[in-house]
Each structure stands twice: as C-alpha cells, then as structure tokens.
Design a protein around this ligand. Structure first.
Ligand code: BYC
Length: 327
C-alpha cells in the first residue's frame, strides 16, 4: 500500500520496503513508537484520525450528560455527575494533546469536527430523555468504552497508550456510578423500574454500535491490527462486551431488548440478534437524532471561547517579548 518513493511522516524518510520492514519489526517487537520517531505517513494519519475522533467523542459526550446536571435528584448524584462530565473534558484534552504530537493542531481538529469531516462516536447522537439515562450511559456507554480502551493502553503509539491508562481508571469509576444509579432505580418503585428498563431498551443497540461496523465492513481494522493500534477487532470487542453485560442485566432484574440473545455453550459466549447497520451508517454519516444539536453546541462553545484563545495567545506573546528584552 505504501509503495517505494512515498515520503514518510517525518518528511525525510522515504517509505522504501526496507523502511517499512524496519518499522514493522519495531511494532512486532512491542516497542513503543514515540512522536519524533520515524513512522509511515499512513500510521500517522490513522492515529490522527482515531485519536481525533476519540477526543471529539469525549467532548461531544459531555453534552448529553451535562444536560442533566441541574436536574440530578440529589446533591450526591449532582456532585458525581458533575465530576464525571469534568473527567470527560479532561480526557478530551489529553487526547487532543496526544494527537498534537503527530503534527496536527487542535484548531485543525476542531474545524474538521465542525465541518463534519471528522467523526465522533455515534452513541452521542441519541437524546437523554430521563434521569435513568445517566445510569445507563455510565453502565453501558462507559462499559463499552472501557472494553474498547483497555486494549488501547497497549497501543503501539506511546502518547495514546499512556493517556489511555488514566482514562481507563476514570472510566471504571464512571461505569460504577452508572451501574449504581441503574441498580437504585431497578430496586426502587415500579415506576423507577420501568424507567430503568425503558432506558436499557433505548441504549442497548446504540451501545453495541459503538464498537464500529461488522469486521467484514471495517475498512481500517486489518492495517490497524498489523500496526498494533487496535489489538482486537470490532466484533471481538462487541462480543466481550455482551458477555460481560448480560449477567449484569440479569443481576438487576432487567431484560436486554434482544429476543435472540442466547448462550452458546460451544463458543462460550452469547449469540445475539441482528444489528441495524442501516441505522448505524445513517448516524455515522451525520443523520442521528441529535446530530445537528451536538454540532451547533460545539460550534457555539468554540465561537464563544475565541476571546479566551486570543487573550491567551496575546499573553504568551507578551511574555515571550518580555523574556527576549530581558536577555
Ligand atoms: N461512531 O474501519 P472502522 C467515551 C467509523 S467516547 C462513529 O472499523 P476503526 C465516552 C470509523 O471512524 C468513546 N464512527 O474504523 C465519552 C470509520 O470512518 P472514517 C469513543 C464510527 O477506526 C463520554 C468507519 O466508521 N471511543 O468513551 O478501525 C461519556 C469505518 O470503521 C464508529 C473511541 O473513539 C462509531 N461508533 O474502528 C461516556 C475509541 N465506528 O474514520 C463515554 C477509539 C466506526 O474512515 N476508536 N466508525 O471516516 C476506536 O477504537 C476505533 O476508531 C473504532 C472504529 C473501534 C471506533
């Protein structure tokens, strides 16, 4: 794919077969690739795409939950939700910084998000209709995120792998706070139980879609696995998630909205019903129920923050000039 004559990500190295073999040897030896190391341009671009999408997902992911902070049912719930949403902002910032080490700026990434060129996780295009959704998002969405991100702690690109270690610790707290909310509702009044079940019904299938298309339709998986950016395929992670989550739902006394869900003794995992891939692609292509609102909110935040960025730059410039004058 990356034929002789291409110039690598450092703008110096020619992507000769020898160079590509040398790079693959480092990957196969489980060495971490660091920002200033030589790397194929395709490797760099794949990481910018994935880390950028991941950062955008964290930031856009603050919106559906931020919507419920003022309506949390107690001070304890409010404090926990507020902390969770702040954590997500922090994850976005680590991830933007990790992507920046690959020579792309935060401005460029944000422009790509606002123009619709860069994606963010399909899951955040669904509305949060009840307090139970705060529980279900923590339980399922953060649960799915952990399943996907634990292997990313071993990603071949050093800054991404290191960022993921802290992110996963925090996601684990998020998952538990969500499960505790759902457990409280599931053990509560009949109305609360209905709320929890309704929320599970709405979020189950979109959560399975978070893992990406079926392996046969995943255009990037093979190369990303060879570069050890991804360690498992989309379907493998989806399966792990289902197998871990079904007993959790059983414990809660809730029903997963999939009549075809059955334990398969032979494979040692659950078989599940068909995923609506038309819905997945519609949402991924920007036609999800909340897509317009999400981008509008991000655009407003970016525009409203312009004066802060300008002030910070002016301050940095002043300090630089003062330092030069003093030398
Ligand atoms: N949504 O070849 P494929 C969180 C795109 S946030 C949208 O399999 P790849 C949290 C894909 O980008 C969790 N787009 O791709 C925050 C590609 O399109 P492009 C976010 C999707 O990259 C707040 C095309 O479909 N996590 O934890 O090998 C509150 C073909 O797919 C989706 C990450 O971002 C999707 N679901 O695999 C709570 C994890 N799936 O780019 C929680 C990092 C696929 O060619 N990312 N697409 O235009 C990954 O692990 C991988 O990028 C994916 C996709 C598994 C998502």
């Amino acid at each position: 794919m990356y034929s002789q004559g291409l110039i690598g990500a450092d703008n110096r190295t020619e992507e000769t077969p020898e160079f590509l073999a040398r790079f693959q040897k480092r990957i196969d030896a489980e060495e971490k690739i660091e920002p200033k190391d030589e790397m194929p341009e395709g490797y760099r671009r794949t990481l910018v795409r994935q880390i950028g999408q991941h950062a955008h997902s964290e930031i856009v992911g603050m919106l559906p939950e931020g919507n419920w902070i003022t309506r949390a049912p107690s001070l304890r719930r409010k404090a926990a939700l507020l902390a969770k949403v702040q954590d997500e902002g922090g994850h976005g910032l680590y991830l933007y910084s990790a992507a920046e080490t690959l020579g792309v700026s935060r401005e460029e990434m944000t422009e790509e998000l606002l123009s619709g060129k860069a994606k963010y996780s399909s899951i955040f295009n669904y509305p949060t209709l009840s307090w139970a959704d705060m529980g279900t998002i923590g339980w399922l969405v953060d649960g799915a995120a952990i399943m996907n991100q634990i292997p990313l702690c071993r990603c071949s690109f050093g800054p991404y792998a290191r960022a993921m270690i802290r992110v996963c610790k925090e996601e684990s707290f998020h998952q538990r706070q969500g499960y505790e909310i759902v457990m409280t509702l599931a053990q509560g009044t009949p109305e609360q139980k209905v709320m929890a079940q309704d929320s599970l019904n709405r979020w189950w299938w979109p959560s399975l879609m978070m893992f990406g298309p079926h392996d046969a339709d995943s255009q990037h998986s093979d190369q990303s696995m060879a570069w050890k950016i991804k360690r498992f395929t989309n379907d493998e992670l989806r399966q792990k998630f289902i197998d871990a989550t079904v007993p959790q739902a059983e414990y809660l006394g809730l029903t997963i909205p999939d009549p075809d869900l059955t334990w398969n003794e032979e494979k040692g995992g659950y078989d599940h019903g068909p995923i609506d891939w038309d819905e997945f692609w519609r949402v991924v292509k920007g036609h999800g129920p909340m897509a317009k609102d999400r981008i509008k909110a991000r655009k407003k935040a970016w525009d409203d923050g312009a004066w802060v960025r300008e002030a910070a730059l002016a301050h940095a410039e002043k300090r630089r000039a003062r330092k030069i004058a003093a030398e």
